[in-house]
Design a protein around this ligand. Sequence first.
Ligand code: NI
Length: 144
Amino acid sequence: MQNPVIFVTRKAHFNAAHKLYNNKWTREENETLFGKCANHFWHGHNFDLYVTIKGRPDNDTGFVMDLKKLKILIEDEVVVHLDHKNLNTDVPFLNNVMPSVENIAIAIWNRLLPHFPETIKLHKILLYETERNFVEYFGPDTPF
Ligand code: NI
């Protein structure tokens, strides 16, 4: 009998600056829509990232995935590229992307996805922009 499926989450953290500003609109329109996030001189957030995978515990280790490896993967593919960066200007994989917390979560999913073996599924990206604002992303196949 196969071992049951279980979800495993690793938490990471990064600080980054951004500005939400759409050049299609006037400064006033941007400020109305984006509020403080349109601030011309940028502003920062302390992002908390939770990466959840799912799989079956290995018979020998008891692990779905060695969490040291998951930690390194998140660090190498995501955190080093975002931490203490300006998300509008410094991050190649966010080029031409409005750096909302939604779009950052989707980009993080896309960065991590190719690195899991067949036996491990990426399940969810949970990304907190503030204590009160967070998004959850379950991948592009999520039905509406
Ligand atoms: Ni903001």
